[in-house]
Design a protein around this ligand. Sequence first.
Ligand SMILES: O=C(O)C/C(=C\C=C(/O)C(=O)O)C(=O)O
Length: 271
Amino acid sequence: MKIARFLDTHCTVHYGIPIDAGHARRLGGHLYEGLTETADEIAVARWLAPIVPVNVYGIGLNYRAHAEETGAAIPANPVVFMKPTTAITDPGAPIILPNACEHGPEVDYEAELAVVIGRTAHDVPVASALDYVLGYTCANDISARRWQKEGGAGQWIRGKSFDSFCPLGPVLVTADEIPDPQALSVICTLNGERVQTGHTSDMIFTIAELIAFLSRDTRLLPGTVIITGTPPGVGFARTPPLFLSAGDRVVVEIETIGALENPVEQARSLA
Ligand SMILES: O=C(O)C/C(=C\C=C(/O)C(=O)O)C(=O)O
């Protein structure tokens, strides 16, 4: 089942959930399968991230080829950071280049598979960890590299946390439709050019291992989102480096889920 969340022009939030097979409605130009609405046409004001997370965990360096491109050692344990929920942004909404990035271009894209926890996971073994997954969506782990490194004084979280730094969507695909989350292609395009190409089989820690690790002595509540690391091709590891600029369009595309597209804008000057 694919679940979308969107606002109509009357500011009502809708969830698109199949009622029965073959049920489809047209939404602001998109044919969408299965709505709870009875009207044939709903004017969509905007698409929303399919989930409002209670917590967002990020995993760094979780694809072998990405760890190699950064020159980092293969981690012995998952590299865990968190993003505030205020970083979540909707499909189609702008990624804002912060005024705090005043030392030059540093804002990077990272295409990632996002896992949504459906019931409380606490000390779950790897073997049953996927039973706690509600579904999957696409994420972009936007990262301000100077704030992640020198500016972060050893902590990544500042560089990963600015407003709009976690685009999510466009739909949540329930776990029954993705029986093997280690069998998905993950790509990122910037202004139509492919910049990242990866596959979840390249993950160092599988989704099940990540849930088991993160749930150890720690409750993962329903609505927790885990963004599971990025494949190679990030901008800072390129020669020359490639960072986001105002006017860019960045698309994260994951097999079976779809495409999460966001434009890039400069923050308004406070002066
Ligand atoms: O700090 C590192 O060793 C690697 C790195 C960034 C990695 C991520 O942001 C990630 O995997 O999410 C770097 O900036 O050098």
